[in-house]
Write a protein that binds this ligand. Structure first.
Ligand code: PMP
Length: 406
């Protein structure tokens, strides 16, 4: 069956709801994606019929819950093309996954005078943990600049790598501009010098197929809630050899092998990084989201969102008062813009009255806003359930707002 976004919309109960009494036009999927019935049902069914804590019970229900949780990890591993499911660590979100790497791998591998290289395009989640680590270790944070289109300056990237660079941490897709970064090139250049690479895939995994082995990255992180799954669950992929070499991060129940008051020993990866009761239903819901997306086909989703991005770009370019921020040759899913004489927050409020949900602000990328010399942008972001009519509504709403401010 071919990909039909009009039919797919029926899988998402919330799209039948209204916003301010108007049909909901949801253009904020980069902040969080709406949930298909398959995910909602998988979570309800788990709580209704299979719920128990995992890893602890000898009774049937607990064994079943444990199997379902293990199965979710297998699904994530297959979805990312990981070699083994022990390379998949469940966290709360992409932010926690990055903090885990910074606290564990970072503390072990960074010394005074060392460097971590990030990019101007990063979300605060891929800036602040490295900044704090550098402060703690007397190390330095280096930043790859971008051009006016919002593309990385790859010559600068190469020249910023030094014999003190210990890690490159870069987004796969920018949440604020939609730029798709040349991650293969980044990894190949960094690896030539023996430098590991962490990719923040929060905005990439919902938009196209990602294969961590094919990319060759060392760490890859994302959040379940942006992948049409529940909030409260995130993923850290790490190459097995790296995860095994890393010290524990949080400690307590479930991650130990033995405990005495003198000394404790720990399980192997991924369990040594999963202290305490995890979001069991969240993991199962994420597994259901992955199954749903795989059923639709990531390549079809990619094509659909690319087409919509091109459609939305044309539509916005045709409005003289609108200036697009982020015009990379390779971009997807995000349309960031400013409108002459209207603050993005006012624009967000006016569009909200029309039923249109967009985001206005710095998008947790303040240094990037500074680079473009704007305090904020309006951002319409796309998901697999969006249709050209959603963007037509956005265009009409913008014309209305421009008239109001004339
Ligand atoms: N990185 C990117 C590129 C993001 O878009 C986001 C969420 N906006 C994050 C990291 C952080 O995700 P979370 O808040 O789910 O941890």
């Amino acid at each position: 069956m071919s990909f039909d976004p009009y039919a797919i919309r029926n899988d998402f109960p919330i799209l039948e709801r209204t916003n301010r009494g108007k049909p909901l036009v949801y253009l904020d999927t980069a902040a969080s994606a709406q949930k298909p019935r398959a995910v909602i049902d998988a979570i309800s069914e788990f709580y209704e019929s299979h719920y128990a804590n995992i890893h602890r019970g000898v009774y049937e229900l607990s064994e079943r819950a444990t199997r379902m949780h293990d199965d979710a990890r297998e699904k994530v591993a297959a979805f990312l093309g990981a070699a083994e499911s022990r390379e998949i660590v469940f966290t709360r979100n992409a932010t926690e996954s990055i903090n885990l790497v910074a606290a564990s791998w970072g503390r072990q591998n960074l010394g005074a005078g060392d460097e971590i290289l990030i990019t101007t395009l990063e979300h605060h989640a891929n800036i602040v943990p490295w900044q704090l680590l550098c402060e703690e270790k007397n190390a330095h944070l280096r930043v790859v600049p971008i051009n006016d289109a919002g593309e990385l300056d790859m010559d600068a990237f190469e020249s910023l790598l030094s014999d003190r660079t210990r890690l490159v941490a870069a987004s796969h897709v920018s949440n604020a501009l939609g730029t798709i970064n040349p991650v293969r090139e980044i990894i190949s250049i960094a690896h030539e010098r023996g430098i590991p690479v962490l990719l923040d895939g929060a905005q990439a995994v919902p938009r196209f197929a990602v294969d961590v082995q094919e990319l060759g990255c060392d760490f890859y992180v994302f959040s379940g809630h942006k992948l049409y799954g529940p909030s409260g669950v995130g993923i850290l992929y790490g190459r097995a050899e790296l995860l095994e070499s890393m010290p524990v991060y949080q400690s307590g129940g479930d991650m130990i092998e033995t405990v005495s008051f003198e000394k404790s020993t720990f399980k192997s990866a991924p369990y040594k990084f999963e202290a305490g009761t995890p979001d069991i239903a969240g993991a199962i819901g994420l597994g259901a989201a992955i199954q749903y997306l795989s059923g639709l086909g990531m390549d079809e989703i990619e094509r659909h969102e690319m087409e919509l991005t091109a459609y939305g770009t044309k539509l916005l370019e045709a409005i003289p008062e609108v200036r697009l921020i982020g015009t990379a040759a390779k971009k997807t899913g995000v349309l960031s813009f400013v409108v002459d004489g209207i603050h993005p927050h006012d624009l967000g409020t006016i569009l909200d009255m029309e039923g249109i949900a967009i985001r206005a602000g710095h998008h947790c990328a303040q240094p990037l806003m500074e680079r473009f010399d704007v305090p904020a942008t309006a951002r319409a972001s796309l998901g697999l359930y969006n249709i050209p009519e959603d963007l037509d509504h956005l265009g009409e709403g913008l014309h209305k707002a421009i008239e109001m401010f004339r």
